[in-house]
Design a protein around this ligand. Structure first.
Ligand SMILES: [Zn+2]
Ligand SMILES: [Zn+2]
Length: 237
């Protein structure tokens, strides 16, 4: 069972030394790990500490484009945009979204949003959970989201409701090796949802590319059907 592609990784464009390596270093490491496909997805510009600078989005894309001549791997350009609005809005403008091969979206505490108040301890209250759930549903209805990253990590949602819409839209649900965002008790809901899944290292340095051991353990332990995972033993598309 081989990982064919790792699409959620961070480079130096995730600012303040959050991502440790250049795009070229990351691509080279991905090649050495034997991946057929590799993608970068730096934090969206709305992340105050680690977000890519808006002016660097095109620059990063061009840098990756140039490396396509040097490798036979399939290279993909993405941004891990931030969910910032109750209405489902993200921190990318339409013309920035157009630069991406596919859109990844996650919730991060480092981006300003209008639906979770970090100063009140309501992060995971039932009322807040319903608000979070609606924000994700609005997100899925508003944009063509390829992957929801580490769902349920920083804020909780009603999984069944979000996954129902994700399945309808064909949005992939990430099993994130770094965050391990699901509990074993979530597995029946994941399986019943009909969603497809993607395993990601969420590597912030080259050594961690393709490291999905924890995510794969979760999959095996909970008997998630392997044909529902898009980046095992087949070309990503
Ligand atoms: Zn993230
Ligand atoms: Zn990430």
């Amino acid at each position: 069972m081989n990982l064919t592609g790792d699409f959620h990784t961070h480079t130096k464009y995730s600012k303040n030394n959050h991502g440790k390596n250049t795009i070229a270093q990351m691509v080279n490491a991905a090649k050495n790990k034997g991946l057929k496909s590799y993608g970068i997805s730096d934090h969206g510009p709305g992340h105050l500490l680690f977000g890519i600078r808006r002016k660097n989005i095109l620059k990063a894309k061009q840098e990756l484009e140039q490396l396509k001549n040097t490798t036979d791997m399939n290279l993909y350009f993405s941004i891990e945009a931030n969910l910032v609005g109750k209405d489902g809005k993200i921190d990318l403008k339409e013309d920035e979204i157009k630069l991406l091969d596919h859109l990844f979206v996650g919730f991060h505490r480092g981006a300003i949003n209008n639906f979770v108040n970090p100063f009140r301890k309501i992060f995971n209250s039932e009322k807040q959970k319903q608000i979070n759930t609606q924000a994700y549903i609005n997100l899925l209805n508003r944009y063509n989201v390829a992957v929801i990253t580490h769902l349920n990590t920083y804020i909780k949602v009603d999984l069944e409701k979000v996954l129902k819409v994700a399945a309808e839209k064909g949005t992939l649900i990430e099993i994130n090796n770094k965050h391990m965002n699901f509990e074993d008790s979530d597995a029946p809901v994941l399986i019943a949802s009909g969603c497809k899944f993607i395993l990601s290292s969420d590597a912030h340095k080259k050594e961690n590319i393709a490291n999905v051991a924890n995510a794969l353990d979760f999959v095996k332990r909970n008997k998630i059907p392997l044909d529902r995972i898009v980046n095992l033993d087949k070309i990503y598309k």
